[in-house]
Design a protein around this ligand. Structure first.
Ligand code: HEM
Length: 120
């Protein structure tokens, strides 16, 4: 069961790779409608990460600090995707570019923490 959850968690993380590309494609106003649809799917993937990650933490021996940092990062990314969705709707490319750059950095930090469970 654990390997099934980890597999779903990993496939969902691959889908979230969209957020690493977003800063490079969000400068053009024409792109915003399709990016907005993809951003909505991204929020669903974050919920998948929360649910599968919640199951996985119960199976691994991780520190409380690791869990807290992971959840805070996930919530920060979730909040940014929500704000970006609003900015995409308004057609505000410069805000989307700035927010998506911050979001990409947070995603990289999250994957680093995920792949180094004993870092904290
Ligand atoms: C943006 C959100 C997230 C992304 C992109 C993400 C990504 C990943 C990746 C790539 C791995 C595999 C690491 C490896 O095996 O080397 C992993 C493992 C794991 N994730 Fe997440 N994750 C996210 C959120 C969460 C959350 C919120 C939790 C729970 C608090 C969580 C719990 C875990 C656990 C327990 C593992 C397995 C232990 C480990 O290898 O560190 N994840 N995650």
């Amino acid at each position: 069961m654990e390997s099934v959850f980890l597999f779903i968690h990993l496939i969902s993380a691959v889908g979230l790779g969209f957020y690493l590309l977003l800063p490079f494609v969000s400068g053009q106003a024409n792109n915003l409608p399709v990016l907005r649809s993809m951003n909505r799917i991204g929020t669903y993937l974050l919920i998948v990460q929360f649910l599968t990650g919640g199951y996985l933490v119960s199976k691994y021996d991780l520190s409380v600090a690791w869990m807290v940092v992971s959840i805070v990062l996930l919530l920060a990314i979730f909040a940014l995707t929500g704000i970006m969705g609003k900015k995409m709707k308004e057609g505000n490319t410069s805000s989307v570019q700035t927010l998506s750059a911050v979001n990409a950095v947070l995603l990289v930090v999250t994957v680093y923490i995920m792949s180094h469970p004993d870092v904290i």
